[in-house]
Design a protein around this ligand. Structure first.
Ligand code: URA
Length: 215
């Protein structure tokens, strides 16, 4: 199966109640040939509006961090554990996350076969690693996912957006080092791959606002 076919199937998904609360599922963005995949938690309001993962405030911060670590959004692939925005941005529990990810994320990864995965935050780390992991303790350390992919977790950009002062500076450096470690490992395993375009990508030029189909 190709990613394009999977994307079409995803748009028709009605498997769980989150679908009723969202405009539509949000899939992935980037280069399917990328050796590095970033996995976030799930779409927020801006992602639901535009149908693009990590395009809102968290995504804008991620783009800055990627740029600092010599990557651009068109040269990597970004996706989420869950595909539909939970009402009021509620954090999905482990069972909800797994229910969606077994249907979609696992199949994406099986097609893409990334060399390296970066789990952004606790939800992605708990699904790709295990629920006993703690982001403050276990970020920055390599582990192997059940599907056999090398994965490193780092702080979710939304967490950075809530920090101030010294804690923010420290956490930003941690993220920078985690992203560098991920890029270096991916570059070693996929020699010659270009992780960075000359310019940052303006996702709002690519994605237009979606509307509820009942409007
Ligand atoms: N947070 C995420 O984890 N993913 C998104 O797509 C948006 C915000």
């Amino acid at each position: 199966m190709s990613l394009d076919v999977l994307a079409q199937e995803l748009q028709a998904c009605q498997a769980c109640p989150f679908r009723q609360e969202a405009i539509a599922p949000v899939g992935w963005f980037g280069d399917p040939a990328s050796p590095i995949v970033f996995v976030g938690e799930g779409p927020g309001a801006v992602e639901d509006d535009f149908g693009c993962p990590l395009i809102g405030p968290s995504g804008q911060l991620l783009d800055k961090a990627l740029w600092a670590a010599k990557m651009t959004r068109d040269r990597v692939l970004t996706t989420n554990v869950i595909k539909c925005r939970p009402k009021n941005n509620r954090t999905p529990d482990i069972a909800e996350a797994a229910f969606c990810a077994k249907r979609w994320l696992d199949r994406e990864l099986a097609i893409i076969q990334p060399k390296v995965i970066v789990a952004l935050g606790g939800v992605a780390m708990h699904y790709l690693g295990n629920p006993d992991m703690r982001i403050t303790r276990d970020r920055g350390q390599w582990f192997r996912t059940e599907q056999g992919f090398d994965c490193i977790a780092t702080y979710h950009p939304a967490y950075l957006l809530r920090l101030t002062g010294h804690a923010l500076v420290t956490a930003k450096w941690d993220v920078f080092h985690d992203l560098e470690a991920a890029r270096e490992r991916a570059a070693m395993l996929a020699p010659g791959y270009e992780f960075m375009s000359p310019e940052k990508v303006d996702l709002f030029k690519i994605f237009k606002k979606r509307v509820h189909d009942y409007l």
